[in-house]
Design a protein around this ligand. Structure first.
Ligand SMILES: [Mg+2]
Length: 232
């Protein structure tokens, strides 16, 4: 599998809690904004709103998808609201930048967030001009990972050969479709439980040994340096 990793020419990265460490708590801010949105929009007590938010997240892939399927919400309004956060908690990451730049081939971002959010995050990290493109939640017609059509769109959009592609993700369940399509899969884990998710949708907290996970790391920069540093 290490050979396939080193022979890969398409490097696809999830955004949140993958390109920056979960310890930044940036996603916790988004998570709280989602609760506030659900509470205000559906006129629910914040506690009830949070329950519903987590139920939708678990059953529909994203809170947004649950809201769209069960209520008439405008996705753009939701995305703008929940991504109105403080990006200054993100670290400028020159070593990660160098590690990504050193990878052979194309580099892409594949996120369940909006393109505006991705651009803000990448800018804060100092990675705004490193990627060849972004597939965001609008590009997939608001179909989120881990739904198969989201991955089909990714592959079509960039004309990817899955057997020459890698996906980096902090959510193990989002690696399943990629694995089944032939991607090499890398789980980026952290010991931080950033949002107290329902168990099935929680990010990995240690190096999972699931069949659909080829590699796992708690240090993305180090992992990438090792990939491009060794002869293939
Ligand atoms: Mg993520």
């Amino acid at each position: 599998m290490i050979r396939r990793l080193q022979a890969s020419r398409n490097w696809v990265f999830d955004l949140d809690n993958t390109l920056y460490p979960a310890e930044c708590d940036l996603f916790a801010q988004i998570d709280q904004r989602m609760t506030k949105f659900v509470s205000e929009y559906l006129e629910l007590h914040p506690e009830k709103a949070r329950e519903l938010q987590k139920k939708y997240y678990l059953e529909h892939g994203t809170t947004l998808n649950g809201l769209m399927e069960n209520h008439r919400i405008k996705p753009e309004e939701f995305l703008e609201f929940v991504h109105d956060i403080d990006h200054s908690v993100l670290p400028h990451s020159p070593s990660l930048r160098r590690a990504i730049e050193a990878l052979p081939g194309r580099k892409m971002v594949f996120t369940n967030g909006s393109e505006g959010h991705a651009t803000s995050v990448l800018t804060a990290l100092g990675l705004q001009d490193v990627f060849d493109g972004i597939v965001d939640i609008e590009a997939t017609g608001f179909v989120p990972k881990p739904s198969q059509p989201a991955y089909d769109h990714l592959v079509d959009h960039f004309d990817l050969a899955p057997d020459r592609s890698v996906l980096f993700e902090d959510l193990s369940r989002n690696l399943v479709p990629a694995h089944d399509m032939g991607f090499v899969t890398v789980l980026v884990y952290s010991n931080k439980d950033w949002s107290h998710e329902p168990e099935a949708a929680r990010p990995a907290s240690s190096s999972a040994t699931e069949e659909h996970v080829h590699f796992s790391t708690d240090n993305l920069t180090e992992f990438l340096v090792n990939v491009s540093g060794e002869p293939s």
